[in-house]
Design a protein around this ligand. Sequence first.
Ligand code: PSU
Ligand code: MN
Length: 325
Amino acid sequence: MNRPSPATPATPAAPAPLRLSDEVAAALAAGTPVVALESTIIAHGLPRPRNLAVALELEELVRAGGAVPATIAVLDGVPHIGLDKAGLERVAVDDSLRKLGFRELAPALATGASGATTVSGTAFLAARAGIRVFATGGLGGVHRDWTASQDESADLGLLARTRITVVCAGVKSILDVPATLERLETLGVAVLGYRTAEFPGFYLTSSGLPLDWTLDDPAEVAAVMHAQDALGGPASALVVANPVPQAEQLDPELHDRVLAEALAAAAEAGVTGQAITPYLLAHLTEHTRGASLEANLAAVRGNVRLAAGIARAWAAAGTDPGRQG
Ligand code: PSU
Ligand code: MN
């Protein structure tokens, strides 16, 4: 029996108009290495005016690592994949910028809004643009009061259905880290320790939690990415967990004490939803007199460097005629 063919809409929805910077477009066309960078860490995760310097520094680190940086944000309703200096400045200084996870993208596009993209927003847009490697600080995850608030970052669900490799220093230690690892397992997202058998602790080198897989160089990570593609199946991400060097971690005692104060202050102030992560990060920066900020930046720098190496290994494997894509 013939089914009626679905009606063709008079005006088929055009693909979301991603605006690629010239150098990102050229690199993707040539198959040379590209690293996606998120903008929420710049707009909402770091204090001003340091955040602009960091945004520029992270792009320089990607270049020094032999890859093209693609900082991602939505400006005036247009998703930008690769920002120029004026775009980076806008992300760093404009107070009206929203925080855009994946679900916020369509409303932002339709209304012409501007916003910085979180891990979920950035990973989605990067994958749509054809970028496979993404560097951030720490992933979002399950919040410590989950049983009451049900607050779990949209990062986890998006990574369960997006084919991207995200290099991070674990998940933010303000979260329930063991619960977040359990959720990543449930969601089918692979987690690799980079030169560590313990899950990193964001500001801390280790969370104390064991990992099942340890890899030691970017080519091994690229091989896992190829194996994911060869296997097929649901398009899940690959999390590469890269610890902050021990010499640059936050003092663990200071971390535990100030984090407990920050969580209490957030509960007292009634902060919830999208505001909770920036609130806790800012509280830690203030009450460790900047030490948590330095550890956060050290972690991000290491992740960006490693991501450039993985992007190079991935691009090299892609052009190796002996390798089946
Ligand atoms: N990593 C950092 N600083 C940050 C973030 C990550 O070092 O500010 C951001 C990321 O954009 C991540 C977001 O996606 O925090 C998580 O926010 P939420 O818990 O509201 O999902
Ligand atoms: Mn949340």
